[in-house]
Each structure stands twice: as C-alpha cells, then as structure tokens.
Ligand binder design. Structure first.
Ligand code: NA7
Length: 548
C-alpha cells in the first residue's frame, strides 16, 4: 500500500485511488477502498459538502422519485436499522442529512477534499499512474482513477439568444442558490416540463405573482402521493429490510416493487381501467409496473398513454390548456416518467399560464422577458428546468486523457464506448461508476451504485492479490457491449422518444446514442459477476513489470 504522502519534489499527493465526487457513489467507494481494503484513497469534491446531485438540486419541490426506504445504502445492516425517513419520497434536504450521517458514521469526511474541482486527469503510460489536477493548482497521483460524478450533474442551460440582455434574474434548477429564491410578487417564467419542471411549477406557483410555463414537449405524470411515513411503515421496513432488498435486487429497475406478470391484453378493458385507476390512486413510478408489456409493446403502452392523457383532460379545467398538456408525442415511460404533487392541478390556478412552444417557439430572450413567435412575456425571473448534459457531460468536464494522450472527449466523439459501463478502452485503471452503458438512470440509483462499487472494489482486491498492475477494457469487448446496449434499448419502447436525454438528444451537437443499459439491473448484475468469476474476460490484465 502506498502512503498518502506529499512529495516535496512534485508537490503531488500520492494515493492508491483518487475518487471524483462525494455523492452516493464516492462516499461508498471511499468506504470500501479505505475501510475494507485498507488502501489510501482521497475523494475530490467540487462542492463544500457531500450530496452530489442533492447538493446542487435544491430547487422548489426537489424530491427523489424513488421511495425513501429504497433510496439508501443496503451494505450496512446497522445503517438500515438506525436511519428513519420521514416521508414516502425524501426531499433534497433530507437526502443530504442522510448522506452527512453516512459520511460521519463511517468517518469519511477526513479523506474528502471539498471545494476541489478537478480540471484534468491524465494517464501516465510510463509510470502507469493517473495525475489529477485541480482548479486551484493542486495535483494528486494515484494508481486508480474512479469517477463518481453522477449522471446528471452537468447543467444544460440552452443557448437561447439574448440571455445576457435579460434584466431580471435567472436560475438553472440544477445549480440552485442555497439561500433559495424569493418568488413573492414576481412574474416567473419556467422553461422545461421534465421531472424537474413538473416538481417545481406547483411550488413556484404558490408563491409567485404569476407563473408562465413554457412547454416544448408535453409529458405524462402520475401523482406521487407523497405523505409522511407512519410509525407502522417505518417499523415494517426495519423488520423486513432483507425481504425488501431481495425484491429490489431481483427486479430490472431496483425498486421495491415487482412488475406484474400479466399482459395488458390478458384482461378485459373494464378490468384494465380498474387496474390503472388503482395504480393511479397508489401513485408513483409503480404505475409502470401494472402490466409486464407496457415498456415493450406499443399497443399495450397506448392503453396506459390514453388513460393518462384522459386524466390530464379531466383534471385541467381549461380545454385549451388541457389540449396542450395532453398532446404527448411519445409512449408513456419512453422518457423518464415524472411523478408529481398537483402538477396538472396547478394549471387551474388563476396565476398560471401555459405557452405551447411547439406552436410558438422562443425567438429570443429580451431585456424584459421571453419573446416567442407571437408574444413577448414580461418576467422578473426565468427558471431553466432544462435538464442536463447527461452521463457523458460530467465525465468530459474532468478533462480525462488516457493512453497516448487520447482525450475521452475524442475517444467518444461518435458516442460513448464502454465495456459494461465500467471500463473504457485506452483508459487503464479507470473505473466509471454508473457510466454510460450501465443501467444507471434506468435503475433506482443507490442499487446501481452499490453494485458498481462492490464490483470495482472486488476487482481492485483481485488485482492486488494477484500482482496485477493494470486493467484495461479491450476494444472488441467494448464494441460488443455497445451492440448489446443498442439491442437492449431496441427491445423496448425507449428509443421511440427521439428527443430524450437518454439518447443525448437534448444537447445540440451531442451524438445520438442510447446511453444507459436497458437490459435490466438483475440481469446486468449477473453478467458483471460472471465476468469477475471467469477472471475478467474482455479486460486486459497486466502484471507489474517486476513480476512479468
Ligand atoms: P429533462 O427531463 O431533460 O427535461 C428538460 C425539459 O426542458 C424538457 O421539458 C425539455 O423539453 C425542456 N427544454 C430543454 N431545452 C429546451 C429549450 N431550449 N427550449 C425549451 N424547452 C427546453 O430534465 P429534468 O431536469 O426535468 O429531469 C432530468 C432527470 O432528473 C429526470 O429524468 C430524473 O431522472 C431526475 P423537450 O422534452 O426536450 O422538448
């Protein structure tokens, strides 16, 4: 084991591993490497606290769509038993409290460098080491580079002409001010109606003088039915977490519910509507699990889509608004399905209006507000709920270069190419937690993260036990895996939402490639376990020179 020491010659602190990011991934990876394997590891984190996604996303209504009792680590029985969530879906502040609790409980903060932004990470072929540089000029050297930067951490502010002219204030939801934003008496414009916009609009509308929602693509949403957890439920979870986790680990998406094994067409129309109604009342992402073929058969999906569009028409009283909100152009759940608290009801308020950007696109932002092709909307505040440069964006920001000076950005010019979403050809000893090509965002994130961190930890332990100095994904294996990622996506309705961020379609110029692995988490876990059990086929493992 190397010592975490600073060499005066190079001014570079040396570690076994540099981990980038202190969210769910980075915290657990540090725990595994330091507390389990006894390695020296440091986490470099650009924020001044832990939390990752939840450090930055503090917008009004920011709340997780996974149920709280499943949105947590499963590696520690004691942690599972001592932590109590307060609501069905945890809000951003409660998740930060949880992650701070984890960081303190496992004494992690002493190895996290906060306010430390990575600007480059360069693989040194000759020394088989990574050199990581930060914005403040510090450098860190390590055998392993582990990216724990999350999938949705690079905010996408669209390049709309005139933003610099706007005299009011503007904010992106993913970089929300810690002190909050006071909307009292303000005219607010919100661009974006994805999961974030759908959470934010009802809360902003309650405070603002007027809220104008600028919608480009209409979206489905199912009520979250958030509520405080009862004592009985909290106790039930404590008593039954092994069974709950077994369910989570057995499902394709890592949630604590099973997908029903019936087809839409196994039941009569009357029964189907009753089942949808029941799922609507129950609320949450579980709506998608009402039938097994909702995500794979367009005909099956159409029945759910029609049910949900009818709900919009029933809830929204103004028929013109209802028509714009229910004019949805993609199958249900082909984009990430939002869940909400009173989203459609918000459009019944007198102080909320809706602009259909499909009919009247934004021309520019002016000094006074947003100008579409048919009107200028005067605004004091613009909220960009416009999403993220997902999955690859956070990795590119690290300025990674691999073997022979190859930049990751160049290697992935035509789209990401990984083996299992864990390794990249040309980038030895680099591991990407929930990288492109892994289930990641199609799974309840902590479940995906723990599987990756456990796999990486076992791999590093294997390397050290067997004198292996270097591991690198092989190109043919990565190409084959890319084909498998495409195949898995094409077996579902996911590619039918041509404008989704899963495809990179929300960022101009980004190559269109379906990025997450849609083959299901349980199946993927088995594939990864098989690769490890067989001695890592698809990776090249090199012994240290002295041992060769
Ligand atoms: P999303 O799901 O990417 O949604 C972004 C929204 O912003 C969506 O409605 C976009 O419309 C809209 N958008 C983006 N750019 C523009 C421009 N230039 N003009 C008008 N409207 C625009 O991001 P979220 O933050 O809501 O959710 C991200 C994930 O976080 C979510 O899926 C969960 O996993 C958690 P579009 O659909 O592209 O027409």
């Amino acid at each position: 084991m190397l010592d975490a020491a600073t060499s005066s010659a190079s001014q570079s602190a040396t570690f076994d591993a540099v981990i980038v990011g202190a969210g769910f991934s980075g915290l657990y990876q540090l725990h595994c490497l330091r507390n389990r394997l006894g390695l020296s590891a440091v986490v470099l984190e650009m924020a001044d606290g832990v939390g990752g996604t939840w450090y930055w996303n503090r917008y009004p209504g920011a709340r997780c769509d996974s149920e709280s009792h499943s949105y947590c680590y499963g590696f520690s029985k004691e942690l599972l038993e001592e932590w109590e969530w307060s609501e069905r879906y945890p809000d951003h502040a409660e998740i930060r409290r949880y992650l701070n609790h984890v960081a303190d409980r496992f004494d992690l903060k002493r190895d996290i460098r906060f306010n430390t932004r990575v600007v480059s990470a360069r693989y040194d072929d000759a020394a088989n080491l990574w050199h990581v540089a930060t914005a403040s000029g510090e450098t860190f050297t390590a055998t392993y580079l582990i990216t724990a930067v999350g999938c949705l951490s690079s905010a996408n502010v669209p390049n709309i002409p005139g933003l610099a002219d706007f005299k009011g204030r503007w904010y992106h939801t993913g970089e929300w001010p810690h002190e909050g934003v006071d909307f009292t008496g303000k005219r607010v414009g919100q661009i974006g109606t994805g999961s974030t916009g759908i959470q934010a609009a009802p809360v902003i509308a309650e405070q603002a003088a007027h809220l104008t929602v600028f919608q480009r693509t209409a979206n489905y949403s199912v009520p979250a039915r958030n509520a405080p957890l009862t004592r009985e439920f909290v106790d039930y979870v404590k008593r039954n977490h092994p069974e709950i986790r077994e369910t989570m680990l057995g499902t394709p998406n890592g949630h604590p519910f099973v997908i029903e094994n019936r087809s839409v067409f196994d039941v009569s129309e009357e029964e189907r509507l009753a089942l949808y109604e029941e799922a609507w009342e129950k609320g949450g992402l579980q709506f998608r699990a009402t039938f097994r073929d909702l995500t794979t058969s367009k005909a099956a999906n159409d029945t759910a889509a029609e049910f949900l569009k009818n709900k919009i028409r029933q809830i929204v009283k103004d028929p013109a608004k209802a028509a714009i909100l229910s004019d949805i152009d993609h199958p249900y759940a082909a984009k990430r399905p939002p869940i909400d608290t009173d989203y459609f009801e918000t459009f019944n308020r007198d102080n909320v209006s809706l602009v259909d950007l499909r009919k009247t696109p934004i021309e520019r932002i002016t000094e006074r507000g947003i100008k579409t092709t048919d009107a200028e909307y005067e605004l004091d505040i613009i909220v960009f709920a416009t999403g993220f440069d997902a999955m690859t964006g956070p990795l590119f920001r690290l300025g990674i270069t691999g073997r022979d000076g190859l930049a990751l950005r160049d290697a992935w010019q035509a789209g990401p190419e990984t083996y299992l979403g864990l390794g990249v050809p040309g980038f030895p000893n680099m591991f990407t937690i929930t990288g492109p090509g892994s289930p990641s965002v199609l799974c309840n994130m902590p479940v995906a993260i723990e599987q990756h961190v456990d796999w990486i930890t076992d791999c590093i332990a294997h390397m050290r036990a067997n004198g292996i100095a270097c591991i690198e994904a092989e190109r043919p294996a990565a190409l084959q895996w890319s084909d498998e990622v495409d195949r898995a996506a094409n077996a579902t309705l996911l590619p039918l939402a041509g404008h989704s961020w899963y495809l990179g379609a929300n960022v101009p110029g980004k190559p269109r490639r379906f990025m997450p692995y849609a083959g299901g988490m349980a199946h993927y876990r088995q594939l990864c376990a098989d690769v490890a059990a067989k001695g890592y086929p698809g990776f090249v493992l090199e012994r240290a020179l002295a041992d060769a």
